[in-house]
Design a protein around this ligand. Structure first.
Ligand code: ATP
Length: 259
């Protein structure tokens, strides 16, 4: 997607404090119409807090979050606890908490790869189908920005690949921007327009190519990209005042270019 597309959400100098602790700092980030942005980072690095700040569920302690006026934003949760004994058809699930026009439901199910499954009990859906059901619900309001927080957690590799292919298709068909937190680096590095590596601050960011060609990235992952999980086990040769290890890529806290 074009780097010149209209901004949907802009974070400027954002910091977030929770429970008296600074969780995020110095966050400058723009999500533009139609682009796919992925946030990666170790556990506890603030990814979910960043998503919650973007949707407005958490207020920044410093800086500013600007959303395009009237922005249609949808959030796909990691998973939804559903009581398997609860008899509920997918069609009814799509109409909670409020009733939708059947054609809108059918179109959202179709986009999510669940066409014609309104009468399937949700308790009988596979993990991948349940994720697609959550995606279908998120598509009901025709979002301009779709946010997924580890939307593939619990899926096997083919399930993960199929889910991202679906997301890319939705992006291509509807032009909605996608912001996702993902642990599936190999896949998201291919699909994303922009990758942000977070560790309480933005350690590095750029196109997948920029990130994957960086010497630090190659040092971590090998020339071929190596294993995606490596990012979450990497080591960094400098420490931060928050005491957390940082991504081993060009770090905005270093004297290097923050890209
Ligand atoms: N409401 C809260 N009050 C205090 N601390 C919080 C709160 N919510 C999150 N935190 C802390 O903020 C830090 C970042 O949490 P967050 O869930 O944003 O990280 P994450 O990168 O999404 O982690 P994970 O990969 O494990 O899901 C953690 O240390 C967490 O304990």
């Amino acid at each position: 997607m074009s780097g010149g597309a209209a901004p949907l959400v802009t974070l400027s100098g954002v910091a977030v404090e929770l429970g008296g602790q600074e969780i995020l700092r110095d966050i400058d980030l723009t999500i533009r119409r139609g682009e796919i942005v992925t946030v990666v980072g170790p556990n506890g690095s603030g990814k979910t807090t960043l998503m919650r700040t973007i949707i407005g569920a958490v207020a920044p302690s410093r800086g500013r979050v600007t959303r395009a006026p009237g922005l249609r934003l949808s959030y796909v949760p990691q998973r939804l606890a559903v009581d398997p004994s609860m008899p509920m058809m997918l069609g009814r699930f799509m109409n909670l908490p409020r009733r939708r026009d059947p054609a809108t439901v059918a179109a959202a199910l179709d986009r999510a790869g669940l066409a014609g499954m309104e009468r399937r009990p949700i308790s009988g859906l596979s993990g991948g189908q349940m994720q697609r059901a959550l995606l279908a619900r998120a598509l009901l309001n025709d979002p301009e920005l779709l946010i997924l927080d580890e939307g593939t957690a619990g899926l096997d590799q083919p399930g993960v690949a199929a889910f991202y292919a679906r997301i890319e298709q939705v992006n291509a068909d509807t032009g909605c921007a996608v912001l996702m937190v993902s642990h599936d680096l190999q896949i998201v590095m291919r699909a994303s327009d922009h990758v942000v590596c977070l560790n309480r601050h933005i350690c590095c960011e750029g196109t997948p190519e920029t990130v994957s060609l960086s010497p630090a990235y190659r040092g971590l992952f090998g020339a071929a990209g190596a294993e995606s999980v490596a990012l979450y086990r990497h080591h960094h040769d400098h420490s931060h005042d928050d005491g957390l290890p940082c991504a081993g890529l060009a770090c905005a806290g270093d004297d290097e270019d923050a890209a």
